[in-house]
Design a protein around this ligand. Structure first.
Ligand code: ATP
Length: 497
């Protein structure tokens, strides 16, 4: 059966996950019947479960288990003015360059030599650096690059079925972040839920960005899902320290999801690369490219934790005035300030924002769960060591003989009896060896086998995915037994909060 000291080989690269994901029903290339659509992916029966479990874990952790966070679900299409006053219309663009040698199109700010060492953004002229040959193509190393051009990354659409394409009054955007839906609802949530600062608002949902260089599977796509939380604090709070606190909490959460701490690292975003609203940002990076020889090139952002100051609440408010006494935002009908009863002071709360991606989390989880193991016969098997809380299926109920109606009937009855407490499936599409292998490959922690003996002794064999060890368990004790084995990552359904 199992070797004494199994050697697990981790995922060597993203391509290994792409192929497993397609083969086993996690993620498919989108629109494949029409030749696909670049960098768009569809989540299959197991992928949708995995995404849901990641989102559910996040929601439980922040909205249910903590007492200081509320959840919302705002519209994807918001009033265009939201994006005008948030700064996205004017500044949400990445610089694009083309390589004249190899014809690649790239994001200039990701290239070696783009930023001068230690300078602030205002201090340098990117095109001068490009023309001087200081910036290198990431594909062929040439410095023969075009000047940079800026394109707004928000997807445009028209409101109204008969709206003219060029009518500015009909112009709207698909949201490029979920955060703004939170800011414009700050007062609604604070007053209806009678919240006092500090408290947070969480939202999970789709965002859209017309990325210049999408790619690397689900790492960078034009349509993706975010889990964002805005944590509102007093203006004089220890903001920079709060960023560190949230970084630590998220690292712990990622570890609980089964991500190895050795594949995580922190990146303090240099001042000259900060977004327009941020005073400090720390990115949590994941080792998405373990195959790259240079350690520095193995990492990409998994999430960011930003101190956004009071920028957004203030910009969306009707009251603030400029030096001449004119309203900075003449369009807003609300003042999104907060009155502190204790100090009798009114102020715009400051915000710490942990912003994570569902898809990048799913990819990191899959890469760290992937392992190859060789059995006694010398066959190599893939085992997805997903933490039980994330596994799409918690238990597979397998009949040893599918031509025996009594065995099949008993297996199906067991499946039905387990379903209210955990996600179980019945499968009889192959011999037992094949069925075990398939469940290992999709990360099912437990297999339950019903055999001839089961009809006599009302007991079944429970097989563990990671050790391949088997034990005999009474059917009457099965639900409780499985629940215990699924700890320390309980299924949310088992332990209502
Ligand atoms: P990057 O520098 O990689 O473009 P970003 O700093 O612009 O990312 P944020 O605006 O901080 O990203 O968004 C928060 C999170 O949303 C990111 O850490 C990532 O997990 C996710 N995310 C952002 N853009 C994409 C995308 N195009 N595809 C998938 N996930 C994304």
């Amino acid at each position: 059966m199992n070797s004494v000291n199994p050697v697990f080989v981790p995922a060597p690269n993203i391509d290994t996950i792409v192929s497993l994901a397609k083969r086993r029903g996690f993620v498919f290339p989108s629109s494949e019947v029409y030749g696909g659509l670049g960098s768009a992916w569809d989540y299959g029966p197991l992928g949708v479960e995995l995404c849901n479990n990641v989102k559910q874990s996040w929601w439980r952790w922040l909205v249910y288990e903590r007492d200081d966070i509320e959840g919302i679900d705002s519209s994807i299409i918001l009033n265009r003015l939201v994006w005008q006053y948030s700064g996205h219309e004017a500044t949400f663009h990445d610089p694009l360059v083309d390589c004249r040698e190899c014809k690649s199109r790239m994001r200039a700010d990701k290239l070696e030599g783009y930023f001068p060492e230690g300078a602030h953004q205002a201090d340098f002229d990117a095109n001068a650096r490009l023309r001087a040959g200081l910036v290198k193509c990431s594909e062929c190393g040439s410095t023969n690059l075009t000047d940079e051009r800026h394109f707004n990354m928000m997807f445009r659409t028209m409101l109204g079925a008969a709206a003219d394409e060029n009518d500015p009054a009909a112009l709207a955007y698909l949201r490029p972040e979920t955060a703004q839906g939170i800011f414009i609802n700050f007062l609604n949530v604070q007053t209806t839920m009678r919240r006092k600062i500090p408290f947070g608002i969480a939202q999970v949902g789709k965002s859209f960005r017309n990325e210049i260089t999408p790619g690397n599977f689900i790492l960078r796509t034009r349509e993706f899902e975010q889990m964002e939380m805005e944590y509102f604090v007093k203006p004089d709070a220890e903001h920079l320290q709060l960023v560190d606190e949230w970084v630590e909490l998220y690292v712990e959460w990622f570890k609980e999801l089964g991500i190895d701490a050795a594949n995580l690292k922190l990146h303090e975003v240099p001042k000259d690369e900060l977004a327009h609203y941020s005073k400090r940002t720390v990115d949590i990076m994941y080792r998405y490219f373990p195959e790259r020889a240079e350690e520095e090139r193995q990492w990409e952002e998994l999430m960011g934790i930003a101190y956004r100051t009071d920028f957004d609440l203030r910009s969306h408010s009707s009251k603030p005035v400029d030096a001449e006494g004119n309203r900075v935002n003449p369009d807003s009908t609300e003042d999104l300030s907060y009155f502190d009863e204790a100090t009798k002071q009114r102020f715009y709360p400051h915000v710490i924002e942990p912003a994570a991606g569902v898809n990048r989390t799913v990819l990191a989880v899959l890469m760290d769960a992937y392992s190859e193991r060789t059995n006694d016969k010398g066959e190599t098997r893939v085992i997805l060591k997903l933490s039980p809380q994330l596994a799409p299926i918690k238990a597979a109920i397998l009949p040893l003989a599918k031509n025996k109606p009594e065995i099949v009937g008993m297996a199906k009855a067991i499946k039905r009896s387990l379903q209210p407490v955990l996600r179980a499936v019945y499968d009889d599409t192959g011999g037992i060896g094949k069925l075990y292998a398939r469940q290992d490959e999709i990360g099912t922690p437990m297999c339950v086998t019903v055999d001839h003996q089961s009809l006599e002794d009302e007991a079944v064999t429970v097989r563990d995915r990671d050790t391949w060890e088997q034990e005999r368990v009474k059917v009457s004790d099965l639900a409780e037994h499985l629940q215990k084995r699924l700890k320390p990552y309980p299924n949310p359904l088992l332990e209502p909060v």
